[in-house]
Design a protein around this ligand. Structure first.
Ligand code: ZN
Length: 343
């Protein structure tokens, strides 16, 4: 098979030919039709996230099962699939509690600790494949279907984590980013008032298209003041921070209203300050959100299948152009999501 391989962090891809993978017992192999190119894997490529090399990266796949190993049940040749990102154990209390991202025996991630989707074929433990539900035209739109596991499932999870209710005000930091615009879509879908916050004016059009009612340019405005102004001084109900720098987290916490919830995800893990007095008197919650569960992936796939949401994928290229596409990702030039067509 042909594959894009990284020999080390912060190096260009090599386009090489490898033997087709064969499944061991408990594994399955899928032909890859498309694979999403998100920031997470660009962080791996650039050496900002640890991974084992050499490595074929990529996990947001659309594929079709072509071979199953011994003792595999629940999958058959021809099944359309995507992949779960975490190589979770399936047996610990967290896996049994529908909280697989918190698995205490995790084997790491697809495309980081085992080879991923930037190849004609991908071999994974069978339980990592997630069968696509009926109603998704994955053959016509493999790129869009592939990114659902992250771009749509993550916002679905955040809506639940923050218990977002219709009529509330939701402010999104990093709204112009690949997941940010989809968070706006899902917040609109959840019938909230949606405020987008970003520093890239060239992404504001996409933010409006995705569902933002208002936009705050964080490169010009004091964001906390702007959020308080927009809410008549009450503060917002939910802040979702995909940037999660100390400055954005502190602005978000400052702008929270009564029963406000601040959700952090993404970012590099900075320490920030919040006002304990405000948290107590306004009964506010500070929340972390880590990836998604399999059931949230299935829920996201079904939302797309029934036409409620459609992923914004603006840059779709052949596998051979992975290097050029990742250069655009590194420079923040991609609006919405990007993906590679493979099979
Ligand atoms: Zn586990």
């Amino acid at each position: 098979m042909k594959a894009m391989i990284l020999k080390a962090a912060n190096t260009p891809f090599d386009f090489e030919t490898f033997p087709d993978p064969a499944p061991e017992p408990g594994e399955a192999v899928a032909r890859v039709l498309a694979c999403g190119s998100g920031l997470t894997i660009q962080h791996v490529k650039a050496g900002r996230l640890p991974a084992e090399f050499p490595r074929i990266i990529g996990h947001e796949i659309t594929g079709e099962i072509v071979e199953i190993g011994a003792a595999v049940t629940g999958l058959k040749v021809g099944d359309p699939v995507t992949a779960y990102y975490y190589l979770n154990c399936g047996h610990c209390r967290w896996c049994h509690s529908n909280l697989e991202p918190l698995c205490e025996n995790t084997g790491g991630n697809v495309g980081k600790n085992c080879d991923g989707g930037y190849a004609e074929y991908i071999k994974l433990p069978a339980n990592i494949f997630i069968k696509l539900p009926e109603g998704l035209d994955y053959k016509a739109h493999p790129a869009e279907i592939g990114v659902i596991t992250d771009a749509i499932a993550t916002p679905v999870k955040v809506l639940r984590r923050a218990q977002v209710k219709a009529g509330e005000t939701v402010a999104v930091f990093g709204a112009g980013g690949g997941i940010g615009v989809h968070m706006l879509m899902l917040a609109r879908w959840a019938r909230t008032r949606v405020i987008a916050i970003d520093i890239s004016a060239d992404k504001f059009g996409a933010c409006r298209e995705a569902g933002a009612d208002e936009i705050i340019d964080a490169s010009e405005d004091n964001v906390a003041e702007a959020l308080l102004d927009l809410t008549g001084g009450d503060g917002v109900d939910v802040v979702i921070d995909f940037v999660s720098a100390a400055s954005t987290l502190e602005a978000g916490a400052e702008a929270l209203g009564r029963c406000g919830r601040l959700v952090t995800l993404g970012g590099t893990g900075e320490t920030f300050q919040a006002d304990a007095h405000a948290m107590l008197h306004k009964e506010q919650d500070l929340l972390g959100s880590r990836y998604v569960t399999r059931s949230e992936v299935l829920d996201a796939l079904k939302l797309v299948a029934r036409g409620d949401i459609w992923p914004m994928v603006t840059d779709i290229r052949p596998l051979e152009e992975a290097e050029a596409l990742h250069e655009r990702l590194e420079n923040g030039a991609v609006t919405g999501r990007a993906a590679l067509l493979i099979g």
